[in-house]
Write a protein that binds this ligand. Structure first.
Ligand code: FAD
Length: 395
């Protein structure tokens, strides 16, 4: 039997590429298989926010991971640049979580307390103080929660830098290599079947984003992942109109280099089609104008969409898949895969190398793709497809 490499990774988005990089850094031989071009699905569509505080409604395990992952970016940015020459565009200007209604103000004031109690920087600003920081903010602003530590990167550059750095360190990255199924023998993984034939390895990581659930279902593994389409658009401004990201329910505006403003994103559950709809765009435009009226004067650039990989309970699957020895999952990062990519890559590389995840182990239990009745996830109850829809609508 031909042994391909120490580890096979399925999927060349930001998650697969980060895992390839972290494994290659440890000296493991890695083959990454991507069915189309590297980094062209969700990872190319992302706004690149590192919203460890703005995205998290509580201070549970996902928040703990998110803030640890966010803290990895400054060093990672240097590391990737020196290996590849690629600048991931890390900006640490902070984010304003803007309240446009009383209810939002109450929610954000409560969140300020929660985050401060967790040791994070968070400061409620009056409407006047927020306008002083960002004069382009709407006069309808009731105030804003200022989160100075939530930065941003250029998501497509991050995915490209991880992939290139992995390549520099010896990883083999194969594009247009579709994995058709997992190869197993009794209770262990032995490789994958690709469009070009079988590839063998006794350690395989599924990092195929939205398509991960289907791939595992083929081997009787019940770890569902759903697509949630997000549509975005961007405009160009002559001078820099914003320093910080503006974020409010249903809309964010992220200032990028060269006066570009990235506006996202709609939430369309269970859609595999990536069409950008006029209804989605007009809704997003109206929300963006509510947040920053002057955006109406900006020059149109482009629109696009991507499929966020979501799980029924909203937690990613990160860890060993218990049915088959040697099989690992790293998928279902939903709205935060860019933010969580460094920590996911590091932890999966540790687990695949046979080490435990050290201080991250207790939190890791919450993401464990454990299929047994006694799992923490099973206790909290799996949600059904219809319930997922109402969660999205409420977001
Ligand atoms: C509009 C939008 C905005 C977002 N904004 C942010 C943000 O600001 N911050 C943030 O942290 N996150 C954000 N996200 C979420 C983030 O983009 C995702 O969580 C992340 O990109 C998921 O990465 P991934 O590698 O798991 O998936 P993907 O990037 O989808 O990669 C999966 C890869 O697997 C490949 N694949 C699938 N099946 C197979 C197979 N059988 N064989 C071989 N290859 C296969 C696919 O072709 C694909 O390239 C956003 C997402 C969207 C859509």
């Amino acid at each position: 039997m031909k042994h391909t490499s120490d580890v096979i990774i399925i999927g060349g988005g930001v998650i697969g590429a980060s895992i390839a990089y972290h494994l290659a850094k440890r000296g493991q031989s890695v083959t990454l298989l991507e069915r189309s071009r590297l980094g062209t699905e969700a990872s190319a569509a992302a706004a690149g926010m590192l919203g460890a505080q703005s995205e998290m409604e509580d201070t549970g395990p996902l928040f703990q991971w998110a803030r640890q992952s966010r803290a990895m970016f400054p060093e990672l940015s240097e590391e990737l640049k020196s290996l590849t020459g690629i600048d991931i565009g890390l900006v640490r200007e902070g984010l304003l979580n803007v309240a446009l209604s009383d209810a939002q103000e109450q929610e954000l004031r409560a969140r300020e307390k929660l985050q401060r109690a967790a040791g994070e920087r968070a400061e409620w600003l009056s409407a006047a103080a927020a306008a002083e920081l960002e004069p382009a903010l709407s006069e309808a602003t009731r105030g804003a929660l200022y989160l100075p530590e939530d930065g941003q990167v250029e998501a497509p550059m991050l995915a490209a830098a991880f992939a290139q750095a992995a390549r520099v360190l010896g990883a083999k990255l194969q594009e247009f290599a579709q994995v058709q199924g997992l190869l197993t023998e009794r209770n262990r993984i032995i490789g994958v079947m690709t469009s070009e034939g079988p590839l063998y390895s006794d350690r395989v990581v599924v990092a195929a984003g939205t398509w991960s659930g289907q791939l595992m279902a083929g081997s009787g593994i019940d770890l569902p992942v759903y697509p949630v389409k997000g549509e975005c658009f961007s405009v160009l401004t002559e001078k820099r109109e914003l320093q910080k990201t503006l974020f409010t329910p249903g809309c964010y505006i992220v200032p990028k280099a060269g006066g570009r403003l990235l506006v996202g994103a709609t939430v369309v559950p269970n859609s595999y089609d990536r069409k950008v709809s006029l209804a989605g765009l007009t809704d997003l435009m109206a929300r963006a104008k509510q947040l920053m009226p002057a955006i109406g004067e900006a020059e149109w650039e482009k629109t696009w969409s991507g499929l966020r990989p979501q799980t029924p309970d909203g937690m990613p699957y990160i860890g060993k898949v218990p049915l088959f020895e040697g099989l690992f999952a790293a998928c279902g990062h939903y709205r935060n895969g860019i933010l969580l990519s460094p920590i996911t890559g590091k932890v999966i590389a540790q687990l695949v190398s046979g080490e435990d995840a050290g201080s991250l182990q207790p939190d890791l239990d919450s993401f464990s793709p454990d299929l047994s009745g006694a799992s923490k996830r099973a206790e909290s109850g799996r949600l059904k497809g219809e319930e997922l829809h109402s969660i999205e609508a409420a977001h």
